[in-house]
Design a protein around this ligand. Structure first.
Ligand SMILES: NC(=O)c1ccc[n+]([C@@H]2O[C@H](COP(=O)([O-])OP(=O)(O)OC[C@H]3O[C@@H](n4cnc5c(N)ncnc54)[C@H](OP(=O)(O)O)[C@@H]3O)[C@@H](O)[C@H]2O)c1
Length: 175
């Protein structure tokens, strides 16, 4: 069977285990400023700052030219680079998992335009993965890296339009 070509943006930290799992049966292009810290035969580092649109586009286009279009993408991109997720998504033909911090579930700041912008792209299946928190008795805490990676891998397997890792309700219980 032909191996797919996945893109992971921001996969050297909490998503490291996701990159390694995807690399078992796909070629994986890994974009970060220092992508080389996660190494395996099928992981292809593409060093770029996603805050630099030209450098980011060049890294993505170079990967597509070398290994073909991305059929799966996982993007963890800080809000300091608001245009980068769409720039990545424009180069994907398949599923795009947009990993978002808990603020994406803030009931006082709904953003219906985000999904619409991605769903307008041809050939893209938009999947949002919201990182919530964990309630333990009367306390709350943020997710661990292991919980985040397991949640993202679960979202890839379950393939729903929206996945919340942990919980985002009640919003007042956010740590
Ligand atoms: N809801 C929750 O519980 C929740 C949500 C979010 C985060 N967290 C926690 O917070 C911790 C820190 O999160 P984090 O996002 O700082 O760390 P991270 O996921 O561990 O690292 C951020 C990733 O993005 C890359 N990156 C950052 N800026 C970049 C840029 N300008 N251009 C290209 N790539 C860039 C980094 O690589 P380079 O530095 O090499 O570029 C790295 O791969 C996580 O480990 C997690 O445990 C928890």
């Amino acid at each position: 069977m032909e191996r797919g070509h996945a893109l992971v943006v921001g996969g050297t930290g909490m998503l490291r285990a996701v990159v390694l799992a995807l690399a078992r049966d796909r070629e994986v292009t890994l974009v970060a400023r220092r992508p080389g810290i996660v190494a395996a035969a099928s992981i292809h580092p593409a060093a770029a700052d996603y805050g630099d649109p030209a450098a980011f586009a060049a890294a993505l286009d170079g990967a597509v030219a070398a290994r073909g279009p991305f059929d799966l993408a996982v993007a963890w991109i800080h809000s300091s680079a608001p245009d980068a997720p769409l720039a990545a998504a424009r180069r994907v033909r398949g599923r795009f998992l947009h990993v978002l911090g808990s603020a994406a579930a803030d009931p006082s700041r709904p953003d219906p335009g985000r999904r619409a912008a991605f769903e307008a792209l041809p050939g893209l299946s938009y999947r949002e993965v919201i990182l919530g928190f964990v309630r333990e008795g009367d306390r709350s805490r943020w997710l661990t890296d292991a919980e985040i990676a397991a949640g993202v891998l679960g979202a890839i397997a379950a393939d729903r339009p929206r996945t919340v890792v942990g919980v985002v309700e009640p919003w007042s219980a956010r740590p």
